[in-house]
Design a protein around this ligand. Structure first.
Ligand code: ANZ
Ligand code: ZN
Length: 853
């Protein structure tokens, strides 16, 4: 048989699956469906190993479920809008559309070499007007339902490039291109009202039983429900009160200052008469807009000179500051500071010399001796220095404080969410146009639906500065649909997360023209039964999709809350890193081991420093190109290595040895089947009824045990264990020395059937070699026969005077008499007894027989 000719074989089967439309999904209400989806790729131009792992995992699921009788939907598409396309336009003068479609064409060919069971007839690209026209229509519906609105909000502004920057384009507070210090600016932006579903998005997490716990936790934290209180602090000398939000009303007696966000209305008002404060506020508003940026920086404040009365202790007043660490859009944009029990407040108090009043006494601490040094005490304890709260624990203290505030009309209990509404405006060209029109007399008017899609103009000038759509000479000038007067199109485009928030639904009927998907198709195929992707999308993409599904349902497109019934997040792919003497990174293919086993450069044999095993990345040159691996070893080898090396949720280390091992096993399977063919009973000989000897029975048992266990492990996503079991099975077949041709056919056919989801090309080829004209993918999944899986034999150790002398195999549950009889009959046992009669025989049923002489 020689080496397995993977190249010709893989191409042939891929062609055949395509010609026969083997994996085309057809709606069939009579059959149970299974929708398996991998997070769709961004068309960067080349697939990487992360893609290979992702699609291999999905393919195993798709093929297994198909074999198990499900009507499987396994589609592929392209998350095709986004900034890199504009980057390519700036750098190389290629139009974003040209660049994107060329990349799609290339990546499609690369992905096709993996031999995936995908229904390519459903392929979609989100930059296609046939796709985004529905997004625009849904956006208008959501606007009408109040789930979309426009408001002023902060953005990162690059003062040199005159452009809005996404958070990821702000690097260390500077614009990625210009290097200029980023400023914050207020701009009218479009928002999805995701907070309308905050409560629901949180509580429904409990029902997502087939999601990883860590992802559920991340979603919970992101939504961030905080129970606390709203407290009113009367401002001295002014007829108003400041409203603050706190989660620790129990610490109210420890309050020593109040801090306002720089853009709190009172801060803004005070700044009008106070240039120094205005300058301070302007300074605060520079720098990034994210909470992380604010957390990292130095805590700065400006004393306004105002003081507030303490709501529970009217004898006391606290000073009011404007502070850079208070977020304008969380809670009420104002806080009371309790330095003893909050680190940030403590740092602030030390800096501005404010009192530090401990009010929570740690368990077992001495109230007289307890004081706060450099670290705030944030733990539990007993309240003190707190008037009527003294002696209470923290939890009871919170309830009691809220009751007192409510009674005095100085506050009330309140729930606050970390979740913000989703700002989707981007001042970019390569995105879906927001389908709105601004009219001087009518205000914001949606584009009439019969005029959708609003398509992108092709003739644009992309310089990386400003918004090409706003600059276009004619595109934005339209007449108002309401009054017919001159009006302007919205020139913002959507955040690309909008497209990925509903693409799974589009796959249900990608051909639908008048609606994003037909109700019938969505009702049948959704939700996605198994979603697979990287954990980097654990929060935003998944949350946006959960929101969008609810919003689509609210607009009557669907009748569904949760888009993804099952979620699996795969680990990363790591690889050895190498450096040369100068400390520059080297590619894996630039190095080799010399005769002594030391790493050296391929040319020149110069010494190489072996670095850590790290995530494959272009910057460290430790990537391995999947197309090279597939070209050199075949897709099945690459797939097998990906599946066998480690559990799919864990990181995988790419090694040459691992790929070699997979390649050798592929060849071993090839030989095993092709060499045995002459010894097999003819096709259709049926399941062997006669099992003449122990070897036959053992192989038969191995077969059914393998079927049972492989099925379970595949179902649990323990693909590496499934591979190990299949190896054990094939080893058992190799070791079989009997002559039962029908049995050998049976085990080889089952083996090949179970290999198909993992290494589909070789499995199909071997099926053909086994004499079949049928397509292996159409063969049903084997069933384990329980008669052969129950462990009905046990091995019993026989001891003589406590020393192990022999083993016997007996039916499980054999009586003591049978065990004793068989034990005493063993030759080794008799020898050890030296002809003496047993004094006593101690028996542990199904385990041990100990003969005492
Ligand atoms: C007084 C206090 C005392 C607080 C104490 C904490 C500890 P979470 O749990 O994340 O909701 N806070 C409220 N609004 C804020 C804003 N706009 N910007 C910055 N910080 C703000 O956090 C709630 C706590 O964060 C609140 O409880 C408040 O500080 C602060 F020993 O109030 B706390
Ligand atoms: Zn008008």
């Amino acid at each position: 048989p020689g080496r397995y000719p993977f190249s010709e074989t893989e191409a042939r089967w891929q062609r055949l699956w395509e010609e026969r439309e083997t994996f085309k999904a057809r709606l069939d209400p009579e059959r149970p469906k299974y929708f398996v989806l991998e997070m769709f790729p961004y068309p960067s131009g080349r697939i990487h190993m992360g893609h290979v792992r992702n699609y291999t995992l999905g393919d195993v699921v798709a093929r297994t479920k198909r074999a198990q009788g499900y009507n499987v939907l396994h589609p592929m598409g392209w998350d095709a809008f986004g900034l890199p396309a504009e980057g390519a336009a700036v750098k190389r003068g290629i139009h974003p559309k040209t660049w994107t479609y060329a990349n799609i064409a290339e990546m499609r060919e690369q992905i096709k070499t993996m031999g995936l069971a995908i229904d390519w007839s459903r392929e979609i690209a989100t930059c296609d007007p046939a796709y985004y026209r529905h997004e625009q229509a849904m956006f208008i519906d959501m606007w009408e339902k109040g789930l979309v609105y426009r408001k002023e909000s902060w953005v990162n502004w690059d003062p040199v490039d005159h452009t809005v920057l996404a958070n990821e384009q702000v690097i260390d507070g500077r614009g990625w291109r210009s290097g200029a210090l980023v400023e914050r600016r207020k701009l009218a932006q479009w928002f999805f009202k995701i907070t309308a579903f905050a409560e629901e998005l949180l509580s429904a997490i409990d029902g997502l039983e087939r999601w990883p716990d860590k992802v559920r936790l991340m979603q919970r934290n992101w939504i961030g429900r905080s129970e606390g209180a709203r407290v009113f602090f009367p401002v001295e000398g002014r007829n108003e009160r400041l409203e603050i939000f706190t989660t620790r009303p129990d610490t109210l007696f420890g309050a020593s200052f109040i801090a306002l966000a720089p853009d709190h209305p009172l801060s803004v008002e005070l700044a009008k008469g106070e240039p120094a404060l205005a300058a301070f506020i302007a300074e605060c508003l520079k720098g990034g807009t994210s909470a992380v940026d604010l957390e990292a920086g130095e805590k700065l404040g400006f004393a306004t000179g105002l003081v507030c009365r303490h709501p529970l202790d009217p004898a006391r007043t606290v000073p009011v500051y404007v502070a850079n660490f208070v977020l304008s859009d969380y809670g009420t944009g104002a806080v009371f500071g309790c330095p003893a029990h909050d680190q940030r407040d403590l740092d602030f108090a030390r800096k501005y010399d404010l009192p530090v009043i401990p009010v929570v006494l740690p368990p077992d601490a001495d109230p007289a001796g307890f004081s706060i040094g450099k670290e705030a005490y944030t733990g539990d304890g007993t309240l003190f220095h707190s008037a009527f709260l003294d002696g209470l624990d923290v939890t009871t203290g919170k309830t009691r404080a809220i009751a007192a505030l409510t009674e005095r009309e100085a506050g009330s209990s309140e729930i606050t969410w970390r979740l913000r509404d989703w700002g989707v405006s981007r001042q970019r060209y390569w995105g879906c146009p927001v389908p709105m029109i601004h009219c001087a007399s009518c205000g914001v008017v949606p584009v009439p639906k019969d005029q959708l899609p609003v398509t992108l103009p092709d003739d644009v000038e992309i310089t990386g500065v400003g918004n090409p759509l706003a600059r276009h000479p004619t595109w934005k000038h339209v007449t108002c649909p309401t009054c017919g007067g001159p009006a302007e199109r919205e020139t913002d485009t959507f955040d690309t997360f909008v497209e990925s928030s509903w693409y799974f639904a589009r796959f249900c009927s990608p051909e639908a023209e008048t609606e994003p998907f037909t109700r019938e198709a969505a009702a049948y195929w959704l939700p996605v039964d198994q979603y697979i992707g990287g954990v980097e999308h654990a929060v935003l993409h998944l949350l946006y999709s959960r929101f969008f599904t609810r919003a689509m349902s609210a607009c009557g497109y669907l009748d569904l809350d949760e888009p993804f019934a099952g979620l699996f997040t795969q680990g990363m792919i790591n690889h050895q890193t190498f450096k040369d003497e100068a400390g520059d990174w080297l590619e894996p293919r630039q190095v080799m081991k010399d005769d002594t086993g030391a790493w050296v450069t391929l040319d020149g044999h110069r010494p190489v420093e072996v670095g850590r095993v790290e995530k494959m990345s272009k910057s460290k040159l430790n990537t391995v190109d999947p197309t090279e691996i597939i070209g050199g070893y075949g897709a099945d080898t690459a797939r097998l290595f990906m599946l066998s090396d480690s559990p799919p949720e864990r990181d995988l280390e790419w090694t040459e040895a691992g790929i070699d091992g997979a390649w050798r096993y592929i060849n071993r399977l090839w030989r095993l089947v092709t060499e045995r063919v002459p010894a097999l009973a003819p096709v259709g000989a049926g399941v062997p009824q006669e099992l003449s000897d122990g070897a036959d029975l053992e192989l038969k048992r191995l077969l059914h045990r393998s079927i049972a266990n492989v099925t379970v492990e595949l179902d649990r996503f323990h693909f590496n264990k499934a591979v190990a079991l299949l190896r054990e099975f094939s080893n058992g077949i190799e070791a079989y020395a009997g002559t039962n041709g029908a049995l050998q056919r049976e085990v080889l056919e089952r083996l090949v059937r179970m290999l198909e989801p993992l290494i589909p090309h070789l499995a199909h080829e071997l099926w053909r070699h086994l004499g079949h004209e049928t397509l292996l993918a159409d063969e049903p999944w084997p069933k384990a026969d329980p008669r052969f899986t129950v462990e009905d034999e046990v091995v019993i150790a026989i001891q003589v005077n406590g020393k192990r002398r022999a083993e016997i195999r007996v039916p499980k549950g054999s009586s003591n008499a049978v065990l004793e009889g068989q034990a005493l009959a063993e030759a080794n046992v008799q020898r050890a007894m030296e002809g003496k009669a047993p004094r006593k025989v101690i028996i542990v049923p199904d385990k041990i027989v100990n003969v005492v002489v």
